[in-house]
Design a protein around this ligand. Structure first.
Ligand code: GSH
Length: 199
C-alpha cells in the first residue's frame, strides 16, 4: 500500500490526481501542519519529507520526496496506464527532461518572478518566465500535451500549475494555455483529487 503524505490545497493534491489516473491503491496520511509564510504552523514530525514539506510518498520502507521524483516513481511503478514513457520508449528522454525542467527551471522561474528577483544573466541555472513560456508555447503548438499526443504525469505538474497562475500577473491568459489547462483539469481524476484533497 502506498501512503501519500498530503496537506489540503498544496502540491500534494496533484498526486491524488496521478494516483487516481493510475488506478493505484493508496491511502492518505494528512500532514498535521506545514510552515506558513506568516510564521504560523510548523513541521509535522510524522512527515517523512526531510524539510517537512508536502508532498511525500511512502511505499513500504521506501520514502520518495520532491514532486518530479514522485511522479517518475509512480509512473514507473504503474506503467500499464502509459502516463510516463518507460525505459526503452523513445519518449523517455523528453519525459525525464520535462520532469527535471519543471523542478529545476519552471518552479524557480515563477518563484523568482513572484519574489521580484533579477535572474543573473547566464549563471542562475534557470531562465525568466517569458523564456520558459516561449518554450512551453512552442511545445504545445505541436501537440495537445507536453509530450505530444499523449497525456502524461508532466501535464499533471505543468497543467495544474498553470491553472493556478493563469490570469495573474505571473502568467498571461492565452487561448492556447487556456485550452491546455482545460484539457488537463477537465479530467475526472482532477475533480476527484480536489474533492478528496481539499477536505
Ligand atoms: N520542491 C518541492 C516543493 C514542496 C513544497 O514547497 N510544498 C509546500 C506546499 S505546496 C510546503 O510544504 N510548504 C511548507 C514548507 O516549506 O515548510 C516539491 O516539488 O515537491
Amino acid at each position: 500500500m502506498l501512503t501519500l503524505f498530503h496537506h489540503p490545497r498544496t502540491r500534494s493534491t496533484r498526486f491524488i490526481f496521478l494516483l487516481e489516473e493510475l488506478g493505484a491503491p493508496y491511502e492518505i496520511h494528512r500532514i498535521a501542519s506545514l510552515r506558513r509564510p506568516d510564521g504560523s504552523g510548523g513541521i509535522d514530525p510524522a512527515n517523512p519529507h526531510p524539510h517537512g514539506k508536502s508532498p511525500a510518498l511512502k511505499d513500504g520502507d521506501t520514502i520518495v520526496f520532491e514532486s518530479a521524483a514522485i511522479a517518475l516513481y509512480l509512473t514507473d511503478k504503474f506503467p500499464a496506464k502509459g502516463l510516463g514513457p518507460v525505459i526503452g520508449d523513445p519518449a523517455r528522454g523528453a519525459y525525464l527532461s520535462w520532469l527535471a525542467y519543471y523542478a529545476g527551471v519552471m518552479e524557480p522561474a515563477w518563484m523568482s518572478a513572484w519574489m521580484k528577483w533579477d535572474i543573473p544573466r547566464g549563471t542562475a541555472g534557470w531562465v525568466a518566465v517569458p523564456e520558459v513560456m516561449d518554450f512551453v508555447n512552442a511545445t504545445l503548438a505541436k501537440g495537445p500535451y507536453i509530450l505530444g499526443e499523449k497525456f502524461s504525469a508532466v501535464d499533471i505538474l505543468v497543467g495544474t500549475t498553470f491553472a493556478m497562475f493563469m490570469g495573474t500577473p505571473l502568467l498571461e491568459k492565452t487561448d492556447l494555455l487556456e485550452a491546455y489547462v482545460r484539457r488537463v483539469t477537465e479530467r475526472p481524476a482532477w475533480a476527484k483529487a480536489t474533492e478528496i484533497g481539499d477536505g
